[in-house]
Design a binder for this molecule. Sequence first.
Ligand SMILES: Cc1cc2nc3c(=O)[nH]c(=O)nc-3n(C[C@H](O)[C@H](O)[C@H](O)COP(=O)(O)O)c2cc1C
Length: 326
Amino acid sequence: MAVEPVPLFLAPMAGVTDLAYRLLAREVGADLTFTEFTAASGLSRHAKHSWLKVESDPRESPFIPQIFGGDIEEMVATVKLLHDRADIIDLNFGCPAPKVCRNDAGAALLRNPDKVVEMVRACIEASDVPITVKMRLGTGSGPNTALEICKRIEDEGVKRICVHGRTLRQRYSGEADWSQIRDIVKAVDIPVIANGDVVDAQSAAECIEATGAAGLMIGRGAIGRPTIFHEIKRDLGWTQEEPLWGEESDAVARFWCWERYLKYAGEVYDAGECKNLKRHAVSFTKGLPGASNMRVELHSIQDQKLLGARVSEYLRELADARAMVV
Ligand SMILES: Cc1cc2nc3c(=O)[nH]c(=O)nc-3n(C[C@H](O)[C@H](O)[C@H](O)COP(=O)(O)O)c2cc1C
């Protein structure tokens, strides 16, 4: 299927898309990256753990922190605090986590379009940094509100909308409904990015066909596999570039990416602050021969350098043998 190139976005993912991972994803084909969602309540109170989540690096340009909250004043205060460092600020109306929704934030806000519009308006008025939005289709109780909200926030001046084709109630179950994304694409003039269930070149092409979206956002398909961006571009004929890892072998690609992740982590984090290292180690080795035994070993390694080196050693051996079982 011949499809015109569109930008590919790495989805914001808590516990996954840390700064080192975002730099890696960009290097291997992601056009845009976001921080994981960060609480406006924490940022506006200057909580250190929240501010660590919105660190960036000159190599990540544009820099797009994503924030969430149920309190409009806190959201506005946060936008003002991020004003100097952010190129764009993304507002989250998609998180289904009960602890977020309980505070009338994330996807729970979709039950109240007026409040979403008011929040978006207040954030836009607070700063001249462009505001974008990421949302679900609705809450799943009652009619979906995304279409109405998208039209109204376009009028407020939102620059881009990303729609995950599921409701809050669905969380991650069922299939993403790309047809409702298409309805939104048709109804607004600003770029709409389609999100949900894009995992390879075929689903990317199908999603573009089905939605007419101006870009695709990829989440779970990019966990432990940042090369998905290059693979989609390669398989759809959007790039002729040789892969940076030299050859089209999954084992070689994974080893190369892991080493690169460690390099970025060493550059951007103070020693011991790479809190997602173990989680990435599990994702980067998922499905590989002997990976579960190696992971048991990892549980007893506390030192980050040793942990990184153990995974490197394991992946290097596989890459050398080019043995691969998925
Ligand atoms: C582990 C994990 C963490 C996530 N964290 C966030 C987040 O911080 N902000 C957000 O807007 N969406 C978050 N999401 C949702 C994804 O951005 C994306 O919308 C969703 O996974 C659907 O896309 P996919 O089918 O490509 O995975 C998260 C998803 C996962 C799996």
